[in-house]
Structures are given as C-alpha cells and as structure tokens.
Design a binder for this molecule. Structure first.
Ligand SMILES: [Zn+2]
Length: 477
C-alpha cells in the first residue's frame, strides 16, 4: 500500500513568499537576427548575429552575459556535456571536439569568462538602464563535434541547438551555469528571431518557427522566423522524409528517417497536442515540428520543435507526449532547469501520463506509469540508504546529481509522484484549473517553483505542504 507522510505547513515556503500573481501583459522582447552558413568539410558554422537586448529589470546593466553552450564541447572543458554512460553512444567515432569562437563584438568590449569559458561577457560603453535597449553585432564560428548530440555532426543528421551566444536570464548565476552532463541546463528569455541558414542543397532541414527554402548554386537557404521563443534550433539530414498533419488547426510536420513509418509518432503528436490544448490551454505557437535525430536519449524539447531520439525509445507515444507537453512546460512557461529540473520534467511526465490515461489504445495506463515511477524511486532510495544517507532533495543544481540514474529518479520519477499525490489530494478539477492558471499567467515568462506552488495553493491550501515536503526531501514515498 502506498504511503505518504508529509509535513504539512512545514513553514519553509509561506504563502506570503509565494509570489501570488495575476495574469500580466506581454513583456518587451529581445531580438536575435542570425545569418549563418554551414560548411560540412570543416564541420564549421560561420555566423553573424545582430542582437537587440531590452533591459526588463529595475536595475542597470553594466555588463551583459551570454551563454556559450558550444564551448562545453571543446577540448579541455572542465565539465563535459555528455555523461560517461552516454559517451560511447554519443561519440560514435571516438572522442571529438567542438567549440565556439567569438571574433568580434560591435557595441561593447568583450571577453570570455565563467567557470568553464562558458560565458561571453560584454561591457557596453555606458550602462543600459531599465527599459532601455542596446544593439550589438557579433561574428562567431562554431566547430561541431562528431557527435550524436544536441550540437554535432551525427551519423545521419546534423543538429544545431544552443549554437549561438544567448543572453543568460539569471545574470547573477551565469558563470556557474555550466553545460552539465545530466539534464538540460538551457533556458533563456523569450525573444523574436530571424535566422538565415545556408547549407549544401542535399540537406533537408527541420527547425523552430516558420520558414521558406530557396536554392541557388548547389546551396539551400532557409529563412526562418520565430516569435516569442526561448531558442531556435535546426536539424538537417540527407535522409529525411516529411509527413504532415493538422491538430486543432495547428500544422504538425514530422521529419522521419526515410523508410520508416511515420503514422504512430504523428498520431501521438497530433492527439497529445490536441489533448494538452484542451486540458492546459491553447497551444502557444503557430506550428509544431517533430524530427528524428541520432540522439541516444528518448527526445529533447525546443520551442515549436521536438527532437526524437534514435531507436525505439523515441518512437513511443509516451515519449512523444512528454516532449509535446514541454511546449507548455519549459517552452511557453519557462522555468530554471538548471536548479529546478523537476519543475518542467515533472509536469511533462505527469501530462504524458494523463494523455496515456485518456488514450488507452496506446496500451499503457496512468496507474501503470505512476507505479513504475514509484517502484524505480523506491529501489533507488533503498540502495542509496544502504550506502549513505540518500539525497532526495528535488531543488538542486544539475551538477549536484551523481549521474543519469539519480537525476532520472528525482527529476522525473519523484516529480511525477508529486503531481500524482497532488491529484489525489486536490482532485482533477482543482489541479487542472491550477495548471491552466500557471500556463496562462506565466506564458512567455520564467516561473519559479514558488510561482507554480502559488497557482496550486490558490486552488487548494493543502498543496503547499505536499509540494514542500517533496522538494526538501522529507516526504516518505
Ligand atoms: Zn523532458
């Protein structure tokens, strides 16, 4: 029999500190305009970027800090972007390196800093005061590793994600936010993008946003626009076929390996997009794209774009639903996946479990999924308790996880169990209403865990004690 002992009203989070919010108006957004060309012989992306940053805070910017995610792939990086578990699968032809070199910034002095050469620090000639804007121009080159990963020349596809300098929305902690080998450390404020990407014409590209392809002299040029997104990513390959569908008026495209059957993935994508729209509020973008990649993981979410991994893991309706749910949790409503990974991963797991419950034809029920998570979590807890005191805290930096196994148990399984316990206590009507409020009020913004708890508490005061006991590791599952 399941047992939950939680410390109600344990005081670590008080209602007054929860930051209860009403739905707010749209924030002014940054702009990124990128012109890039991919040169396959050199595994090189050569790019120019104009960026316009708006100071939305109430303090002046004396410097701006941009993440340099590709530098995690460089030789000598202190923190590798791939865990030991996945390294043999990712580096399919042996160790390979990449990196980013920013050669010019117009509009401010610049240097590379951070804990692991992971931050581009730009000092403008004068402070940027609240509500002011600053325009910068940059030139940079990215070397892609030979890797089946988020950035790399894979066995069948080239993946370009997190490939350009992007403003860190947490300036006080930019330096520490390294590309950890577990989890997804990326988040950014929503911005408006235009990207022009030139490639050899034999490639077909899937991407974030809406775009058009033109061809000239053996090269293809994709001109892409994406508004109100946290990032833009591309996947291109010589081996894609494309299938199209529509979900509640939203075009859905699936780029799959030629020779595969696209129907099961596309059906799950359309049905989950439709289900989440009805359950949590309208899909926040104008189109949705899924693309097969060489990733050894189940999948990886980007705004308007889901990357599905290679192999059977990326084919399952549950994975498709999980990644689709990230369009609400992570893409539209941003959070801090570096310190609060459970927040969007737990919501994506819970949403996918709800989808499976309402679509029994896929053959896996909600209770089955939650029971599997409970079993995995208890096994983890039992083993950890025998070795040392198990650390079950959910709020911690990605670098504080011992590896993929612990991360999976905490950020996915324990977080799913949390939302299941909230469902038991609050009931569907109140819980779903709270999640709709969360999706609506924090769309286009970064929501803290306190913001999420505040939405839950507005529907049921008992949610606070349950959530807090899970987050600080005191609950017994
Ligand atoms: Zn996820």
């Amino acid at each position: 029999m399941r047992r939950l002992v939680c410390c109600l009203l344990c005081g670590a989070v008080t209602l007054g500190a929860l930051g209860l919010t009403a739905c707010r108006t749209e924030l002014p957004r940054d702009r990124y305009d990128i012109v890039a060309e991919y040169l396959p012989e050199e595994r090189l992306l050569r790019a120019e970027m104009n960026v316009e940053i708006c100071n939305r805070t109430d303090t002046a910017f004396f410097e701006l800090q941009f993440h340099l995610w590709p530098n995690a792939y460089r030789e000598g990086a202190a923190v590798r972007p791939v865990s030991e578990l996945y390294a043999p699968a990712v580096y399919y032809s042996g160790t390979s390196y990449g990196g980013i070199c920013v050669s010019e910034v117009v509009g401010g002095d610049f240097r590379v800093g951070g804990e692991d050469e992971n931050v581009l620090i730009v000092t403008p000639p004068a402070p940027v005061y609240p509500e002011e804007r600053i325009a910068l121009s940059m030139r940079f080159e990215v070397i892609l590793p030979l890797a089946d990963h988020r950035l790399g020349v894979g066995e069948r596809a080239v993946t370009l994600a997190d490939f350009y300098p992007v403003l860190c929305p947490f300036p006080e902690g930019a330096s520490d936010r390294v590309y950890a080998p577990v989890g997804d450390p990326f988040t950014a404020d929503c911005a408006d993008y235009t990207v022009s990407l030139t490639l050899p014409a034999q490639f077909t590209a899937a991407y974030t946003g809406a775009g058009e392809r033109t061809e000239q002299n053996g090269k293809a040029c994709y001109r892409v626009t994406a508004r109100n997104v946290r990032s833009v990513a591309f996947v291109f390959s010589e081996h894609f076929s494309v299938a199209h569908a529509v979900a509640d008026g939203i075009p859905v495209d699936y780029y799959y390996w030629e020779g595969e059957s696209p129907a099961r993935v596309l059906d799950a994508a359309v049905q989950s997009l439709s289900y989440f729209s009805q359950t949590f509020g309208p899909y926040p973008y104008g189109r949705y794209t899924l693309v097969r990649t060489d990733l050894p993981y189940g999948g990886m979410e980007y705004p308007m774009l889901t990357m599905l991994g290679d192999g059977t893991a990326g084919h399952t309706p549950f994975v498709v639903a999980h990644e689709t749910a990230h369009q609400w949790w992570g893409a539209s409503v941003g959070s801090d996946p570096y310190t609060q990974a459970w927040q969007d991963e737990g919501l994506a797991e819970f949403s996918a479990a709800l989808f499976m419950e309402t679509h029994p034809a896929y053959g896996e029920g909600y209770r089955q999924i939650v029971s599997r998570a409970e079993g995995a979590y208890r096994a983890f807890f039992s083993v950890q308790s025998q070795i040392s005191q198990a650390n079950t805290a959910m709020s911690r930096p990605l670098t504080a996880y011992t590896g993929d196994y612990e991360y999976r148990r905490i950020a996915y399984d324990k977080a799913l169990i949390l939302f299941d316990r909230l469902r038991e206590t609050m009931g569907d009507k109140k819980l779903f209403a709270a999640l709709r409020d969360y999706a609506a009020c924090h769309a286009g913004r970064l929501a803290s865990s306190a913001d999420l708890i505040a939405c839950l508490v507005k529907k049921s005061r008992s949610a606070e004690g349950i959530a807090v006991s899970f987050l600080d590791g005191r609950c017994v599952i």
